[in-house]
Design a protein around this ligand. Structure first.
Ligand code: SAM
Ligand code: SF4
Length: 330
């Protein structure tokens, strides 16, 4: 029997974000520490396990799946997994968040496999700053990846930028120019306190209102009621109406009331809210009951009843959540 998953507050859960790996070829300063220990292989869900969970969620009303990580494109077999998930009856769209480094070779295979939209992280257009933020990333490789994605035929491409004072806040308008001149969308994200990354986040915090003011000094912003099924609020520019500019503001504008999502870590923990530690261990159930999905479904339903009403981040940069973003599936 299939039913629409709902949480204890009556919110329909139709969006699943799945982390397919905790590994990454970058070490972005806001996401990871310089020295990271990754999970041993047996603790990570296999491709078949990821697919089994995706299919179960889609049978129970999930319409949109986002694959993320870590960097999803460093996971072996990712294109085949995309192909199988995209073909699930009832799924409206399969989308992905990537750092772009592997898109030069994988953009076309992913589009052919059925990935409809691509979010690509881009925090700077200057080689040295890009390297300082990502620690290991090569800007030219990512820009080539974005071009490959533009050629590959995705329905939409959106850039994601985490804005930090002293690192890239001075590039906000340049990044907007880069996006709008190519017909791409761009979202600016307030840094969230996920994981101890060896520095105080409060010092570099840049609010969405500050970013908005920087863009407003150059362009005419038109408020837009558009929703992407995500937490962003959008504006369009009068001068470039084709692109959407989004603001993701976990600190300054709480977006929890319309939350429709849950996250699956690559260890198979279902996180009910990015801002809380409570989770359900689906990996144990997957492995204990290889033949039947009912125990999994029962656990998911019981867990959703405990999904919190809202998260509780503060803007002073204190770490409240010990998980890193790469492990929770950004
Ligand atoms: N590796 C891929 C990427 O970078 O796009 C996908 C995973 S990454 C964890 C997903 C998104 O989370 C990226 O846009 C990244 O900028 C964002 N992110 C990571 N750590 C963050 C933090 N502490 N605060 C806000 N956004 C963060
Ligand atoms: Fe890797 Fe993405 Fe985290 Fe950067 S934000 S370290 S690219 S997972």
């Amino acid at each position: 029997m299939t039913t629409q998953l709902q949480d204890g507050f009556g919110r329909s859960i139709d969006y699943l974000r799945m982390s397919v790996t905790d590994r990454c070829d970058f070490r972005c300063v806001y996401c990871m520490a310089e020295d990271m220990t990754f999970l041993p292989r047996q603790q990570v869900l296999g491709l078949e396990e990821l697919y089994r969970l995706a299919a179960l969620f889609v049978r129970n009303g999930v319409k949109k799946i986002r694959l993320t990580g870590g960097e999803p494109l460093v996971r072996q077999g990712i294109v085949g997994l995309c192909e199988k998930i995209a073909a699930l009856p009832g799924l409206r769209e399969l989308v992905m968040t990537s750092n772009g480094s592997q898109l030069g070779k994988l953009a076309r295979p992913l589009a052919d496999a059925g990935v409809r939209r691509m979010n690509i992280s881009l925090d700077s257009l200057q080689d040295d700053k890009f390297r300082a933020i990502t620690r290991t990333g090569e800007l030219s490789q990512v820009l080539a990846g974005i071009e490959a994605a533009r050629q590959a035929g995705f329905a939409r491409i959106k850039l994601n930028t985490v804005v930090m004072q002293g690192r890239n806040a001075d590039e906000v308008v340049d990044l907007v120019d880069y996006a709008v001149s190519r017909g791409l969308d761009i979202s600016f994200i307030e840094e969230m306190p996920l994981g101890e990354v060896g520095r105080s986040r409060g010092e570099s915090f840049c609010s969405s209102d500050q970013v908005r003011a920087l863009i407003g000094a150059r362009y005419t912003l038109l408020d837009s009621p558009e929703q992407s099924g995500g937490p962003a609020r959008y504006v369009r520019l009068k001068e470039f109406p084709d692109s959407r500019i989004g603001f993701i503001s976990p600190h300054s504008h709480n977006f929890c009331s319309t939350c429709n999502r849950v996250r699956l870590t690559v260890e198979g923990r279902l996180l009910l809210c990015l801002g809380h530690e409570n989770s359900i261990d689906l990996r144990a159930l997957l492995r204990r009951y290889p033949e039947t999905d009912q125990p999994l479904l029962d656990a998911i339903r019981a867990g959703l009843n405990r999904k919190p009403l809202r998260h509780e981040f503060s803007s002073n940069g204190d770490v409240q959540i010990l998980r890193f973003m790469n492990a929770s599936g950004g």
